[in-house]
Design a protein around this ligand. Sequence first.
Ligand code: 5GP
Length: 118
Amino acid sequence: MSETGAEPSVFSRIVARDIPATIVAETERIIAFVDINPQAPVHIVVTTKTEAYRNVVELAAGDPGLLAELVAVAGRVATELSDGQFRLVFNTGAAAGQTVFHVHAHVLALKPSEDGAT
Ligand code: 5GP
């Protein structure tokens, strides 16, 4: 069971290694893995290990330090897998496209060889 008493979210199941994912970064409180349905050449989900916060607004209000950690991990992953230039997207609410109500960011980037740089 999750902290909320509901079934664990799909991301909590990835944290628990209950379902597989390609994990690209992990800290004590944050995990980052390849999105199963990529929308860009580099598409990484960065999420908190806790599912106490449903979206970024709740996380910002409840634990701003954890939000800062999430953004720092996103930046590191983008630097490692791309060139450090990336979109950071927090879908917030079903009408905005959010499907997993466990706060997470999408890192969307090009691979280094695809960014036109020589
Ligand atoms: P949202 O639509 O909530 O902003 O983003 C949820 C994201 O999680 C989607 O991009 C979706 O592809 C991804 N996702 C959902 N289930 C899984 C899964 O089991 N494994 C992985 N790696 N990504 C998932």
